[in-house]
Design a protein around this ligand. Structure first.
Ligand code: SF4
Ligand code: SF4
Length: 312
């Protein structure tokens, strides 16, 4: 019997859904059928009438129809003043509907950084929060102790947008009852246990500190152009987008969109420096050793890299 999936939109831009529609070989609907997922409703893709939607919701909330997977895209909006009236469903705060469905579902999945951690609305008066985290702080909307029917916390799949392959592989894992170990922010280590830096085609330039100050060249983007790849957890350079590309392959710095603090309050394309050394160093790296190592590495940079002859 297929697992039922209800997709709900909170405060967001639908970017995760748009990314999901870019799935290739085969497309989203064929993959859901193959995995064994019955899409009960998706706000952009379903074409039932409002009455059918209301009837489905009533049946799910009454427990007359089982709800296996609830996916929330977008943050939970609690403003103004905790009322939730900035985001409503049938004149009632949508946050109440989110809570009711989350308590009915066997699995709850937060798709994207807004649903996971609050994202872009997390600092404003819309009082946005993630389902079980608000930025790095555990709790969020449902509370630190929340578990879904299957006894799991909310599974967070951050990204702005979330990589579509992660979404379908997560759904396949739930259908197959495969245990996926989670990291400290309840994101599967399978995809969030690595850094975007891993697998980047500019790695050799990074090693020897061959860095760019402008776009369109082949060197590393970390030292001047704000690349967050060595600090950001995600598979973007291992599980390439549309099986072809990634930001850093295309010459765009990683913006760190899977991080609980995303978006940060400083310019994306500029590296904050202290005396020429990035303020935020690669994860786990000690500043004193980094200074010594990078100085030596830059001095040892091979000519082919300095001349930007190694293709990326
Ligand atoms: S461009 Fe970014 S991800 Fe690529 S090697 Fe440099 S720091 Fe790492
Ligand atoms: S490269 Fe960085 S900013 Fe781009 S999608 Fe991946 S984690 Fe997000």
């Amino acid at each position: 019997m297929p697992l039922s999936l209800f997709w709900l939109q909170g405060g967001g831009c639908s970017g995760d859904s748009m990314a999901l529609l870019n799935l290739e070989g085969p497309n989203l609907f064929a993959q859901l059928e193959y995995i064994g997922i019955e899409l009960l409703w998706h706000p952009s893709l379903s074409h039932g009438t409002p009455r059918q939607y209301d009837e489905l919701l009533a049946a799910l909330l009454a427990g007359e129809r089982p709800l296996d997977i609830l996916c929330l895209e977008g943050a939970v909006i609690r403003g103004p003043g905790g009322t939730g009236m900035y985001d409503t469903h049938r004149r009632r705060p949508k946050k109440d509907l989110i809570a009711a469905l989350a308590h009915r579902a066997r699995y709850v999945v937060a798709v994207g950084t807004c649903a996971s951690f609050g994202g872009v609305g997390g600092d404003g008066d819309v009082e946005a929060t993630g389902l079980q985290y608000r930025k790095r702080q555990k709790g969020g909307f449902l509370g630190a102790d929340f578990t879904s029917g299957a006894g799991l916390p909310v599974i967070n799949l951050p990204g702005c947008p979330c990589h579509p392959e992660i979404v379908v592989r997560m759904l396949a894992s739930l259908e197959g009852h495969w245990a996926l170990p989670l990291n400290e922010f309840n994101s599967p280590l399978q995809w969030y246990g690595m850094l975007v830096h891993q697998g980047c085609i500019r790695n050799e330039y990074h090693e020897y500190r061959v860095e760019e100050t402008d776009f369109g060249r082949r060197g590393c983007l970390f030292f001047h152009l704000g690349c967050q790849g060595p600090l950001t957890h995600g598979p973007c350079n291992k599980l390439r987008w549309n099986n072809r590309n990634s930001k850093t392959s295309a010459g765009v710095p990683c913006l760190g969109c899977t991080d609980p603090e995303f978006p940060k309050q400083h310019p994306f394309f500029k590296t904050r420096n202290i005396a020429g050394i990035p303020y935020d160093l690669p994860e786990g790296v000690d500043r004193a050793h980094y200074l010594a190592y990078k100085g030596m590495a830059a001095a040892a940079a091979p000519e082919r890299l300095l001349a930007r002859k190694t293709r990326v």
